[in-house]
Design a protein around this ligand. Structure first.
Ligand code: SF4
Length: 270
C-alpha cells in the first residue's frame, strides 16, 4: 500500500517543477518516509535526500546511512556547519548549553548544527519537504506547521498511518539493522548525550556512554552552564545528579498491520 501524497502548508510548491527534499536524520522514521516519498520521484523536477551531521551522533549511524542509501536507491547528501568541528566544539566556543528566554529555554545546538546547514534545502517557493514524523507525533506536526515560513510539508508515515513501532518494524522486516541506540532502548537516535533529554536519559547515558557523560559534566563545570536545574531553579550540575533521578523508559514497540501493508507497497513499486 502506497498512499498518495498529502501536502500540508506551503505557499505554492508541489508541482512538477518542485524539488523533493527528504530530511534524513539517521532515524528509522526518516528512512521510511524518504523511501515512501521517493516512490513518487517521477513527479518532481529534482530529488534530494539530505542529512545534517552534528558530529556527535553514534558512529554506527554512518553504517545505517550507507545501508539506507542502498535501500532507497538514492545518494544522501551530508551537510555540516563548517564553523564547528562538532557539537562539543560549538558548546566550547559558545560557552553555554542552554539559555533561558522568558518561559522558554533556548538550545543553540539544533539551530546551529541542524537547521543552518539545511537552509539551502528549505526554499518555500520550490521545495516540498519530507519529514519522518509518525502518527504519534501530532503535537510536533502541529507546531512545525504553525511555525512554518510557507514551506510545503509532506509526512508520508502519517499519511500511511504508521507509528514509531511500525517504522522500526518496516526496517526489521526488510533486514536493515537498526542504529545501535534503538537496540539499547533509546526512543530516538539523537546525539549521544542529547541536552534536551531528561534526567532518566542522562542516567542511562552515564551507564552506556560514560565518556560522553563525563565530558558533559566537565564542560558544564568549566563554563558554569547546566542542562538541569533544581526545583528551586538553581543550576544542577551533572556531577551532582542522583544516579536514581528520572525515569528511563525503554520503548516497547508494537507494530500494527500498517507496517506490513507499507512493506508490500514498497516491494510492489520496485
Ligand atoms: S539531538 Fe539533542 S543535542 Fe543533538 S542537536 Fe538535537 S537537541 Fe541538540
Amino acid at each position: 500500500m502506497l498512499v498518495e501524497p498529502i501536502f500540508r502548508g506551503g505557499i505554492g510548491a508541489a508541482n512538477d517543477k518542485s524539488r523533493l527534499v527528504c530530511n534524513f536524520s539517521c532515524g528509522a522514521s526518516s528512512a521510511v518516509a524518504a523511501k515512501m516519498a521517493l516512490a513518487f520521484r517521477d513527479r518532481f523536477e529534482e530529488t534530494v535526500v539530505v542529512y545534517a551531521d552534528t558530529g556527535n551522533e553514534h558512529p554506527d549511524n554512518m553504517r545505517f546511512l550507507r545501508e539506507i542509501e542502498e535501500w532507497i536507491e538514492h545518494p544522501i547528501t551530508i551537510v555540516k556547519n563548517e564553523k564547528y568541528e562538532d557539537l562539543w566544539d560549538m558548546w566550547e566556543q559558545m560557552g553555554f548549553i542552554a539559555a533561558v528566554a522568558g518561559k522558554n529555554k533556548y538550545y543553540p545546538c539544533t539551530g546551529t548544527m541542524k537547521k543552518q546547514p539545511l537552509q539551502p534545502y528549505e526554499v518555500p517557493t520550490t521545495d516540498v519537504k519530507v519529514i519522518g514524523y509518525t502518527v504519534d507525533e501530532r503535537t510536533r506536526i502541529e507546531r512545525i506547521l504553525k511555525q512554518s515560513d510557507g514551506t510545503t510539508f509532506w509526512f508520508p508515515c502519517v499519511d500511511a498511518g504508521l507509528d514509531k513501532g511500525d517504522v522500526l518494524s518496516v526496517l526489521e522486516r526488510l533486514g536493515i539493522a537498526l542504529p545501535v541506540m534503538y537496540s539499547q532502548g533509546y526512543d530516538h537516535n539523537n546525539c549521544v548525550g542529547c541536552v534536551k533529554a531528561g534526567k532518566g536519559y542522562w542516567n542511562r547515558i552515564r551507564v552506556d556512554y560514560p565518556e560522553a557523560f563525563a565530558r558533559m559534566a566537565d564542560l558544564e563545570r568549566r563554563h558554569n552552564t547546566t542542562i538541569f536545574s533544581t526545583d528551586a531553579g538553581e543550576p544542577l550540575f551533572l556531577d551532582e545528579l542522583s544516579p536514581t533521578a528520572g525515569i528511563f523508559k525503554e520503548d516497547q514497540y508494537n507494530c500494527s498491520i500498517m507496517c506490513q501493508m507499507v512493506v508490500d507497497g514498497l516491494e510492489a513499486k520496485q
